[in-house]
Design a protein around this ligand. Structure first.
Ligand code: PAF
Length: 281
């Protein structure tokens, strides 16, 4: 497995890398969810293609009060996970490699980024789009894989790719969950044991509310269950169209129930698809 720390090293590797090239962009602190993305990338690339993982804690997607400085960086463990999962190369650039001093150019998706997490984390998706676009330009992959847990991020990246990188395939991978249903996330390690118990209730509340018949009922039930069960009012609970992320009044198109809640200092997001079952009502 090659470890590429600079743009020059990446370019040299890329020039000789066998196609198809499948990229798994990450911020490190790799866990079972990432392992599933990497396994899907290997499947997509085949034994003769190239699986490239990027590890870069991207400063432009963190607001000043967020956890950039504290974000976990278990670099050696990340490399071991990659090596154990047949990764061909890990691209791990420094901040000045990705953002040269005085960087003043950004990529912004302007519609799907407005609601949900975008409304609560101004500038977050501009940072995500900028770094992902740079990774696409530098690695020129045939396909890239992202987790469905970050459902809004995936929708925005699909839109950006359609608009700016036609031909590049974006593959969404189903959310990987703990045995009790909690979506696996690098930030779960911040949860104290009591907070971890309440976090399970968050995921269970979304699943229970998804059985309701209308968006209004789904949102009301999820909000009540989350508030009672976790002791925290959710940041948002919304039923939106799976592609446009527009808020829905009826369940006659593919829909997603998406929510965010802060448990202690840890912000959790999760989502449940409502599509087929409710589309028939
Ligand atoms: O989902 C993440 O880990 C990040 O937002 C991403 C896509 C790697 C961009 O920094």
């Amino acid at each position: 497995m090659r470890i590429l720390g600079t743009l020059a090293e990446l370019a040299a590797f890329r020039a000789l890398a066998p196609s198809p090239i499948v990229l798994v962009p990450t911020m490190g602190a790799l866990h079972e969810g990432h392992a599933a993305l990497i396994a899907a990338a290997r499947h997509q690339a085949g034994q003769n293609g190239t699986v490239l993982v990027s590890i870069f804690v991207n400063p432009t997607q963190f607001a000043p009060q967020e956890d950039l400085a504290d974000y976990p960086r278990p670099f050696e463990a990340d490399l071991s996970l990659c090596a154990a999962h047949q990764v061909d190369a890990v691209f791990t650039p420094s901040v000045p490699e990705m953002y040269p001093p005085g960087n003043s150019t950004f990529v912004e998706e302007t519609r799907l980024s407005r609601g949900l997490c975008g409304a609560r984390r101004p500038g977050h998706f501009r940072g995500v789009c900028t770094v992902v676009a740079k990774l696409f330009l530098l690695t020129r992959p045939d396909a890239a894989i992202f987790g469905e847990k970050d459902f809004q991020q995936l929708a925005i990246i699909r839109r950006m790719t359609r608009d700016l990188f036609p031909g590049l395939e974006i593959i969404g991978h189903p959310t990987v969950r703990e045995a009790d249903g909690l979506a696996i996330s690098s930030r779960n390690r911040y949860l104290a044991p009591e907070e971890r118990r309440r976090a399970t209730i968050f995921s269970a509340a979304l699943r229970a509310a998804a059985e309701e018949a209308s968006p209004h009922q789904v949102v009301a039930k999820a909000t009540a269950l989350i508030t009672q069960g976790t002791g925290s009012a959710p940041e948002y609970v919304e039923v939106v169209d799976a592609e446009t992320l527009e808020s829905l009044e009826t369940l006659d198109s593919a829909a997603v129930l998406a929510a965010a809640v802060k448990i202690g200092e840890t912000r959790l997001i999760d989502n449940v698809r409502l599509a087929a079952r409710h589309a028939k009502i």
